[in-house]
Design a protein around this ligand. Structure first.
Ligand SMILES: [Zn+2]
Length: 312
């Protein structure tokens, strides 16, 4: 029996721009029929794309046509121009696709892409799982809880869960405004553990598909530790640009560290004098996003996302 990865039917919707990879199109892979319908997207932010897309491939290789009860649509390369540039937003218009919904058929590249996603990708869909996560410069380890989507988010083996801000201009926010059940996943990214995180995301996707009834209940994914609730998440950013050197490795993502623990330093790019230190701000600081490698950073760059462990 062919795997679902081999059974997908691909269709490309032109976005109206030519790129280094040829004519840019939104590629949608589809398999199954009827309901429920699930949409899985990766790479809305281009630099996060390959890690989520790879996890989708790992999921689809685990399943075959006998397993599917409804309809699955995947968009593993949701923002091709941004992915090609290895940037969050496409260089051509610098708009954040996840703030562009419902888009505009006559707008710029990103606005047209949001329109195509709103029209074609969401058609006949009941559930939306949007894979973000670390990308080419960071790792992260949490899931967002959207209104009505807690059970879906809890399918993912993330150490932490955070209530998401309500934003109708994001893909999941827009889909939720249409009555769909949604989850946004922030797991994995570039590190020596990237294959492990991709498998964990695939585990979560399988559990989510089973939860919503798109794959049979006889497929029993491994049980999952419930994530811990985190509140007051904040972004730590350098006041001055320079060379960033981490003090915690990718192994620490998804863990708690004690208050004032040194996380990393900014160094002067010529003298290597310490310009600034990043330290854990809370008694039990949840590490939600970190940079595992040295990097040149501009002032204001997102360097860590940390949160306070919520009292349950
Ligand atoms: Zn993202």
């Amino acid at each position: 029996m062919a795997t679902l990865a081999e059974s997908l039917t691909w269709r490309g919707i032109p976005i109206g721009v030519t790129s280094a990879w040829g004519e840019a199109e939104l590629l949608l892979g589809e398999v199954g029929a009827g309901s429920p319908g699930v949409l899985i997207t990766a790479g809305i932010h281009g630099d996060e794309g390959p890690w989520g897309g790879w996890a989708v491939k790992k999921l689809l290789e685990r399943l075959d046509l006998n397993d599917i009860r409804g309809f699955i649509r995947v968009a593993p390369m949701t923002n091709p121009l941004a992915m090609q540039a290895d940037t969050r937003n496409a260089p051509v218009d610098q708009l954040d696709l996840n703030r562009a919904f419902p888009g505009d058929a006559n707008g710029s590249y990103t606005e047209r892409l949001a329109h195509i996603l709103a029209e074609a990708a969401l058609e006949n869909i009941d559930y939306v799982i949007d894979l973000h996560g670390g990308g080419s410069w960071c790792v992260n380890a949490f899931v967002f809880e959207m209104e009505g989507g807690r059970e879906l988010s809890l399918c993912f083996p993330a150490p932490f869960i955070i209530k998401a801000p309500a934003r109708d201009v994001s893909l999941t926010g827009y889909a939720r405004s249409l009555g769909k059940t949604v989850a946004a996943v922030e797991m994995g990214g570039r590190s020596e553990n990237e294959a492990l995180w991709a498998e964990r995301i695939a585990d979560g996707l399988l559990r989510a598909l089973r939860q919503v009834g798109v794959v049979g209940a006889e497929l029993t994914p491994p049980s999952v530790e419930p994530p811990r609730a985190v509140s007051d998440s904040i972004v730590l950013r350098p006041k001055r640009g320079g060379i960033f050197v981490p003090s915690v490795s990718a192994e620490r993502i998804g863990t708690l560290v004690e208050k004032d623990r040194l996380l990393g330093q900014m160094l002067h790019p010529a003298t290597y004098a310490v310009l600034e230190e990043f330290r854990a701000p809370f008694d039990e600081t949840a590490l939600l996003l970190l940079r595992p490698f040295m990097a040149q950073l501009e002032a204001g760059a997102m360097t860590y996302v940390v949160g306070r462990l919520a009292r349950e």
